[in-house]
Design a protein around this ligand. Sequence first.
Ligand SMILES: [Zn+2]
Length: 252
Amino acid sequence: MEIFRSSVLKGRTRLNRTVATILLSLVMAPGLQNVSAQKDSSLAPCRVGRNAPAFGFWTWPSAAHVKVYIRTADFLPEQIQYLLTPLQNWNSVSELTGSGVKFEYQGSTTEELTCENCLTIMRGTVFDKTKRHATETRAYSLHRDQIITYAAIIIDPLLTNTKSLLSAVSHELGHNLGLLDCYTCKQKSTLMNQFKALNVSNELEAPTSCDIAQVRGAYQELKVRVRPSPKGHADDGEEPIDDDTPIVVPKP
Ligand SMILES: [Zn+2]
């Protein structure tokens, strides 16, 4: 009897171990896929204002294929790749954010485009010394809500440092995916942080884990409700200014 019981127990233990291994590998597998996108993450949870930007800003439609054009004559040839890398970085997390939005570079343009789901990257005088920003997103919404019909990312001619160009375009694309600025956020915790100075990069190139989490939140909210067009960062002539629907910043 003793021998029989003991062998049953041994059998069970082995079975439990097998089940445990399968469960563990199930848990591990998605974790491994996230490694590249979350390389800069700390284990701290995302908190709005501390390491995560709020959302509720402009957004490209869910699963949009955004056609991106660059007014290449505005830039030096060696600067172009620093405008394209941010598109790839955001594309690589498009499944993780649940936005499904893909930025597809179409080539050069001589003027700002106003076609549906078109984004133009070009230069223009937008530098603001007090806000320390040298880039801006101008969005237009056909239905006067937060959904972008077409947009332009304007980069000031004073912004020339290639690393800064990369971080600045990554930051503006964050605005295109629902994220707001987070000037109180810890350094390197989000792309939406303030830049220290003109031509000084925020040392971030790719979205952080909290950026990803917040874009995910933005696109989840889009399924439930669509906010009116955000104020600021917009073409004044084309945006409604009489809409006073409060923008509620969700609690972390
Ligand atoms: Zn910004």
